[in-house]
Design a protein around this ligand. Structure first.
Ligand code: SAM
Length: 675
């Protein structure tokens, strides 16, 4: 993120631009274009003679012909706005080392970034992906194609510009990001005119998922006028992209002009559509579908978005058709349709950066089945660090190769620095669960599982319900100073725990009775108060950190990032469950058994020990002491360690095995203490 002073500087410039009488987005668009011009050293001091300059003037000054194209790709039409030189000067004085990401993230609101899943991949990950996908030299007598269909600022595709034998396709939904990407390309003085012309044909603004709509395309074909235009357009594009004709300025202008005419016939044809906008990859001259073209390579990092009601509504129709419908399963992360699309579109090799849930959670089952049954998968890289500052999910990189057909694939776990080779045949089971662990962990976990029952057999787990805005409002009015963190005030971590940054953490949850008044009307989501007004365990996680609280007074209401856990038919003592779920063994399982973000489903699948009545009693007593006794740090640690001992006893662990648990959990509370 840009340092605060820079952020303020940029916001200051933006405010000044805003006063020119243009909209907020137009102001951002203007600023980003000026920033790119400045980055390439294309703003000449010559223009200073004028009190005001326009973007058009600035662009024409270094390349008048570029302006003919520039207007075709502009999403916010601000090239004629007169800008006081004073603003240009502020931009010229901006720090030159400001990275694209820092600059862009200062422009784009956090809420917008979250909504469209816009987090930028590190240069290291991008290089790694590109190097692996293009590890073999491309034959120079053939044109190859690559697509990044969630291109952001173009970080995956820009380094590939060096490969002249590659036609580079890029698609981006967000207009501002698209403008940043395309302007970075066509303003770049190092790129040849031919390269720029070619990129103008292939870098587009649009929606990768809703654009994969064959119905819109078949309707276009039924319209004679549109069909005729489409054929001319396709012929032109085919010649230009296959380099039968060297692209000339007038060819490009013609392509844009026909595309516009097609869009003018029916407003549905205006929107991005894969078959209309990249027809050379899908169609023959008679507009029949052919599969041979597609894209040789696919790279990228699709948006990780929660598949909420608004997305559901927007994409319902396209996702209920092939190729998506066959592979969507259960409640999925929105990256799943992107992976399905990528697998469909790639002719040779591809790689996507994805949340780890895709390799282990049930929503990825059907797509894993495809990757495994068809032996497409070549490698899963489980990545060590968090990908982005604001995203907590662990991520992985999935590589596939449609031509390799090996019997095995690799799992590279960067966290434990191990690579294992897995035979496809070994995982052709009904769930296509990929064993992400080295053998010594998996056999240890198998052993635990063989001596356990599943939590889901004895407990009910569900996500907490979102509290209505009205309640949140009420809360912030009651405590205006803290109105930014109002929903977090529903819980409070035990003082000992909150000092620790990581580890198995327990918290005593309490209800701030002064400020919270229960009112049934205030519950937001469907469901009823009986879910809350009962003895329960409340659980949440941040990445792999696992927090747990016990509410015996039946009064805690939580928001939607929490699990509510209670016993089915009193089958299990909540205190004992609470003890077990806060033990070091659970933390070990959370890290190794789960191997990904901890969801409610994952909790259900955890093994649970069958307490004998004696052990159960001791566990309950320990939990009681722990919750009620004075909690000096030492006492606290001692009780925790006693809880661990009971758990190890139930599982019949010898010293070696309990040491194994302690030494293998990164966030183990004892482990932390030792450091
Ligand atoms: C995780 S970011 C990755 C950006 C860039 N490729 C990178 O790796 O740094 C995902 C990008 O996908 C874009 N996006 C979101 N939904 C999209 C859609 N339906 N079609 C195309 N792009 C989309 C977002 O605007 C965002 O720029």
């Amino acid at each position: 993120m840009a340092p605060n002073s820079l952020n303020n500087q940029l916001q200051g410039i933006l405010n000044k631009i805003n006063k020119l009488g243009i909209s907020k987005n137009e102001s951002k668009s203007l600023l980003l274009k000026l920033f790119i011009l400045k980055k390439y050293g294309l703003i000449s001091e010559k223009s200073k003679e004028n009190e005001f300059v326009s973007l058009e003037q600035l662009i024409r000054e270094w390349d008048s012909s570029i302006f003919n194209f520039y207007q075709k790709i502009e999403r916010f039409f601000i090239s004629e706005v007169l800008i006081p030189w004073e603003i240009i000067e502020l931009i010229l004085n901006l720090d030159t080392i400001l990275s694209n990401h820092d600059f862009f993230s200062s422009l784009q609101a956090d809420t917008k970034q979250k909504e469209i899943g816009q987090y930028f991949t590190s240069e290291k990950t991008i290089n790694e992906v590109n190097n692996k996908i293009f590890s073999t030299k491309l034959t120079s007598n053939k044109i190859h194609s690559v697509i990044d269909f969630s291109a952001g600022l173009g970080d995956f595709i820009i380094p590939l510009l060096r490969k002249t034998e590659l036609t580079i396709y890029g698609l981006e939904l967000d207009k501002l990001s698209f403008e940043y990407c395309i302007c970075s390309l066509i303003f770049n003085p190092k790129l040849s005119k031919q390269r720029k012309y070619s990129l103008l044909l292939t870098i587009k603004n649009g929606d990768a998922i809703s654009g994969f709509d064959e119905i819109v395309f078949s309707d276009l074909c039924k319209n004679n006028e549109a069909r005729k235009l489409m054929q001319d357009y396709l012929t032109l594009r085919l010649n230009l992209i296959n380099k039968t004709n060297i692209p000339l300025e007038e060819d490009i202008i013609r392509v844009f002009s026909i595309r516009k005419q097609i869009g003018d016939i029916d407003k549905r044809f205006k929107e991005f559509n894969w078959f209309i906008d990249y027809p050379e990859r899908f169609l023959d001259y008679d507009l029949n579908f052919i599969e041979e073209n597609y894209f040789d390579f696919t790279v990228g990092n699709p948006p990780w978005i929660i598949y909420g009601p608004s997305i559901k509504k927007k994409y319902r129709s396209v996702l209920s058709s092939p190729p998506f419908s066959k592979y969507l399963y259960g409640k999925y992360n929105f990256v799943l349709p992107f992976l399905i699309l990528a697998l469909q579109l790639t002719k040779k090799k591809g790689a996507l950066v994805l949340p780890q849930g895709i390799v282990a959670e049930s929503y990825g089952k059907k797509v894993r089945e495809k990757l495994i049954e068809e032996r497409l998968l070549t490698k899963i890289e489980l990545c060590e660090s968090k990908l982005f500052e604001k995203v907590v999910n662990d991520y992985c990189i999935i590589y596939w190769d449609k031509e390799s057909k090996n019997d095995t694939f690799q799992i590279q776990d960067n966290k434990i620095q191990k690579t294992i080779h897995v035979a496809f045949a070994s995982i052709m089971n009904s769930h296509y669960k990929i064993p992400l662990l080295p053998k010594y962990h998996s056999s240890f976990i198998e052993k635990i599982a063989s001596r356990s029952i599943l939590l889901k057999e004895i407990i009910f787990v569900r996500r907490g319900l979102t509290l209505a805005k009205k309640y949140q409002q009420f809360y912030s009015e009651a405590d205006p100073e803290n109105n930014k963190i109002e929903h977090k005030k529903l819980i409070k971590h035990n003082a000992f725990k909150s000092q620790k940054k990581e580890g198995v953490m327990n918290f005593q949850v309490f209800y701030d009775g002064d400020k919270f008044v229960y009112d049934r009307e205030l519950l937001g989501a469907p469901g009823d108060f009986s879910l809350f007004e009962r003895e329960k365990i409340i659980r949440r996680n941040r990445g792999r950190k696992w927090y747990i609280g016990l509410d015996l007074s039946k009064e805690i209401y939580v928001n939607d990032i929490f699990d509510i856990i209670y016993s089915i038919d009193e089958k299990v003592s909540l205190k004992a469950l609470f003890g077990y779920l806060s033990s070091s063994l659970t933390q070990y399982l959370a890290e190794y058994f789960i191997q990904r973000d901890i969801t409610s489903n994952v909790v259900r699948e955890l093994p649970y020990p069958d307490f004998s009545s004696n052990n159960l009693l001791v566990m309950e007593q320990l939990v009681d002491q722990w919750l009620n006794s004075a909690k000096g740090e030492e006492e606290f640690q001692r009780l925790r360690s006693e809880i661990d001992k009971i758990v190890y006893k139930i599982f019949d662990f010898n010293k070696e095995e309990s040491d194994f648990v302690n030494s293998n959990s990164r966030y183990n509370w004892k482990h932390e203490q030792e450091h």
